[in-house]
Design a binder for this molecule. Structure first.
Ligand code: SAH
Ligand code: SF4
Ligand code: F3S
Length: 449
């Protein structure tokens, strides 16, 4: 029977990308095959995001398109996975009559069973959250490649007042270090060159034996030619031990995503972020002492309830002080069920937009200036492959996660570590020329310390 081709589209954060690989792992071991052509699919799944209203609107738009596809192919199973499944539950089935399946982030093991329920003529619904599910034993389905994500924990206990994640992903729980290290070992043997460890707040990782610094140190030792990144760090839980661990291990990238959200203590308190801006700036200063050259990125929300122009200026001030290498910047979007939803969304749409564009413009200038300073220096770049715009050029990334474009040369291949002399920069991209090869794709560094 050929009703086993599955197609998935993934929205939202890296956690969802990692979850999609878990879902495909589960489905494949139950006899499904993966297709990237939706027209050949018997099962179409959207792995969804609820973090802001525009994320959900986009997915509703997509469901509108899929309606036509389903009209032409009534046997096709259409399902919603991920955070919207959790947030909207049966509403999705009742409202959007085309949806057959709604399965939340902790019920993916039972997905094959829920699909069978649909084939037997009923709706498949699984939206229970779990205190223990980590999919520890599931082998995620990954194509061969250079970079991979590994979820090291699930859920979040922080309850920032604006955020829907603790409601859609449930309580915080960590995977065992052993299972993570095993997974890294397999990826290293398969020729991967970069791993990103994922969690909503990786700094509170704890598997009963190891904390996050221990996990990072163990991960770094698996293969010294494998770059290790991680995201996201919460400013309250970032320990000195973690900073020293990054400093001591050359293959732990000197790059920390440390969302500040706002520069105003009043707003931070009302967001329940549990740190002050003074604590945050001290942390940045300390990290820069312990890890020379470390770069930072951040998330910023413009227009949280009661944010005044002065509060906004405080955010601008923090940006100027820290000089982030990059930032993800958003307009506040009220999410039902969160604490902030009960606050009056009192910053006008016009002010939100104005503040957000000021923040974006400033970040562009800061990124541009930081990048200009790199001209004339050499960076070690992991070659990712031909650049998007032309195959006469290659693209790669620095340790600090910046994209570098350089002319393709016979001797360069993806997966190589090479030295590039930088000669030009925009706010988003560095440009340079190949200098020398540090390590070819199939070479590994000796496992010292
Ligand atoms: N766990 C991570 C990321 C959570 S979601 C962290 O703590 O940083 C990613 C980002 O989306 C958040 O950092 C925040 O800046 C933004 N975000 C979350 N909820 C939002 C909302 N209701 N409106 C606007 N931005 C939001
Ligand atoms: Fe959301 Fe805060 Fe948890 Fe991040 S730490 S996922 S912003 S509640
Ligand atoms: Fe979105 Fe859920 Fe990630 S809300 S940002 S997909 S945790």
């Amino acid at each position: 029977m050929s009703n086993n081709n599955v197609y998935i589209e993934t929205y939202g954060c890296q956690m969802n990308l990692a979850d999609t690989e878990v879902v495909l792992g589960i489905l494949k071991s139950n006899g499904y095959s993966v297709t990237d052509d939706i027209r050949n699919a018997d099962v179409v799944l959207l792995n969804t995001c609820s973090v802001r209203d525009n994320a959900e609107q986009r997915i509703y738009g997509r469901l509108g398109n899929l309606k036509r596809l389903k009209e032409n192919n009534p046997g096709m199973v259409l399902g919603i996975l991920g955070c919207m499944a959790e947030r909207l539950r049966t509403d999705l089935i009742e409202e959007k009559k085309i949806v057959d399946l709604v399965v939340g982030p902790d019920e993916y093991r039972r997905l094959p069973e829920f699909i069978d329920t649909v084939y037997s003529g009923e709706k498949g619904i699984g939206v229970k959250l779990s205190k223990t599910e980590t999919y520890d034993d599931i082998v995620p389905f990954r194509e061969d490649g250079l970079t991979a994500w590994i979820s090291v924990m699930r859920g979040c206990d922080k309850f920032c007042t604006f955020c829907v994640v603790p409601f859609t992903r449930g309580r915080e729980r960590s995977r065992s270090t052993d299972s993570i290290i095993d997974e890294i070992q397999v990826l290293s043997q398969r020729g991967f060159r970069e791993i990103t460890l994922l969690g909503q707040n990786v700094n509170s990782y704890n598997d009963g034996i190891n904390d996050f610094a221990d996990l990072l140190a163990a991960s770094a030792k698996v293969d010294r030619s494998l770059r290790i990144r991680f995201t996201t760090s919460h400013p309250q839980d970032l320990s000195d031990k973690l900073l020293y661990t990054i400093a001591e291990n050359p293959n732990l990238c000197n790059y920390i995503h440390l969302p500040v959200q706002s520069g105003s203590n009043k707003i931070l308190e009302s967001m329940n972020r549990t740190y002050t801006i003074e604590h945050y700036l001290n942390l940045i200063e300390k990290a820069r002492k312990i890890i020379p050259g470390v770069s930072f990125s951040t998330d910023i929300i413009a227009g949280f309830p009661t944010e005044t122009f002065e509060d906004h200026l405080a955010t601008i001030d923090v940006m100027q002080k820290v000089k982030y290498d990059g930032a993800y910047m958003f307009k506040y979007s009220p999410r039902e069920g969160t604490k902030a939803f009960k606050m009056k969304d009192d910053v006008s749409e016009e002010d939100k937009s104005k503040r957000l564009s000021e923040i974006i413009d400033l970040q562009r200038i800061i990124s541009y200036e930081l990048n200009q300073k790199l001209i004339g220096t050499e960076e070690i770049v992991l070659v990712e492959g031909p650049s998007k715009k032309s195959d006469k050029f290659f693209a790669g990334r620095t340790d600090s996660n910046k994209i570098v474009i350089f002319p393709a040369e016979e001797i360069i291949a993806s997966g190589d570590y090479i030295k590039v002399l930088l000669n030009k920069a925009t706010s988003a991209t560095l440009f340079g020329d190949y200098q020398s090869t540090v390590m070819k794709r199939n070479e590994k560094l000796p496992l010292t310390a």
